[in-house]
Design a protein around this ligand. Structure first.
Ligand code: FAQ
Length: 314
């Protein structure tokens, strides 16, 4: 009897919830939500927060080697921004009833996913340009849509994050444009960085729609507004023109323009490589997790001191 009334109560709440989604209302932390909606948001937001934090490592590697003081200041500011993005999103997950320390522990234990892109090495200064241009560029395309996500705290974090990502993208493109019109060696360095970051950037958008296990549910609940392939195509169309403008060539012999659709069509993406990286076997997965574990251990005394201070003044 109790079970039946709970089930019917839940189905009426679910109907109300879905009506709110259909009316494009923002869902806020204290509102009723299906458990699956909450779980999906925690999964996706935690992966996103981890990506921002792990994403500091490839670029952080170049702060001491930036070629000028101006470049160093810009890069330092950018890397700090990424830390801030991680913090906003971890805060957002806590509105869903989880503790960020548990999420971070899952990352340190190697159980949580983060974006595949951050498992590639930054070999030259041009890689810093390529990351800003391509990786932040891809992040903007993806996150501009997430700024319209149905969950209020996530959507609002995205609005602020996208503003900063725009600055990141511009500084990266400016580095690439400067190198591309520099000496022969600088130009070759820019082209080499584009060659190495192009395909991993396309993989950031996730598997093709037919292989995306979460998309249907996320789109039904207004968390994702566009599919992985739609966003990837939007990014390709924007970026090819930007590469042409600075006379760099995208490393894809099959790339062609489709007059009918107005889309640049790419050759096949190497999904074996993608899954290898996602499963922990990319070029830098071990190095990235080791760096996070070391940072966590080195920061233990700060956390202990902060908690002791809070307890003393409670
Ligand atoms: N890497 O069913 P779908 C940034 C997993 S932030 C690793 O299609 P979904 C800023 C996926 O989790 C970059 N794993 O998944 C920055 C799922 O596994 P699960 C991060 C991936 O969620 C710039 C499985 O594959 N941005 O760059 C990846 O519907 C510079 C099946 O996939 C976000 O996190 C991948 N690339 O769509 C920072 C944005 N793709 O969990 C520093 C928010 C898929 O079922 C420096 N997230 N997987 O075990 C999203 O928009 C979505 O989660 C997608 C994936 C589009 C990433």
């Amino acid at each position: 009897m109790t079970t039946t009334s709970t089930a019917s109560e839940d189905s009426s709440r679910l109907a109300q919830f879905e009506a709110r989604i259909a009316a494009d209302e923002s869902i806020e932390p204290k509102d009723w939500m299906p458990e699956r909606y909450r779980k999906q948001l925690i999964r996706m937001m935690a992966q996103h927060a981890h990506s921002e934090v792990v994403g500091m490592l490839p670029e952080g590697n170049w702060i001491t080697r930036a070629p000028t003081l101006r470049r160093k200041m810009v890069l330092l500011a950018k890397v700090q921004d990424e830390a801030g993005h991680g913090l906003y999103i971890y805060c957002g997950t806590e509105t869903l009833g989880v503790d960020r320390h548990d999420l971070v522990q899952e990352l340190l234990d190697g159980k949580a996913k983060y974006s595949s892109i951050f498992n590639y090495p930054t070999l030259t200064w041009a890689d810093i340009g390529a990351i800003g241009w391509l990786v932040d560029g891809a992040a903007i395309v993806n996150q501009t849509m997430l700024a319209k996500a149905s969950f209020g705290p996530y959507a609002r974090a995205m609005v602020r994050i996208c503003k900063e990502e725009n600055f990141h993208k511009r500084q990266g493109y400016e580095i690439m444009a400067t190198l591309a019109r520099g000496t022969g060696a600088q130009r070759a360095m820019a082209q080499d960085a584009l060659n190495r970051w192009w395909w991993p950037s396309l993989m950031m958008f996730g598997p093709h729609d037919k292989d995306s296990t979460n998309s249907d549910e996320l789109m039904r609940w207004g968390i994702k507004r566009k599919s992985n392939d739609e966003l990837r195509q939007r990014f390709v169309n924007m970026t090819i023109v930007q590469a042409q403008a600075i006379d760099l060539t995208v490393p894809d012999a099959d790339l062609k323009y489709n007059e009918m659709t107005g889309d640049w069509e790419t050759g096949p993406i190497d999904w074996d490589e993608f899954w290898r990286v996602v499963k922990g076997n990319g070029p830098c997965n071990k190095e990235r997790l080791d760096a996070r574990r070391k940072a966590d251990a080195d920061g233990a005394w700060v956390r202990a001191a902060a908690s002791a201070y809070v307890e003393k003044h409670a």
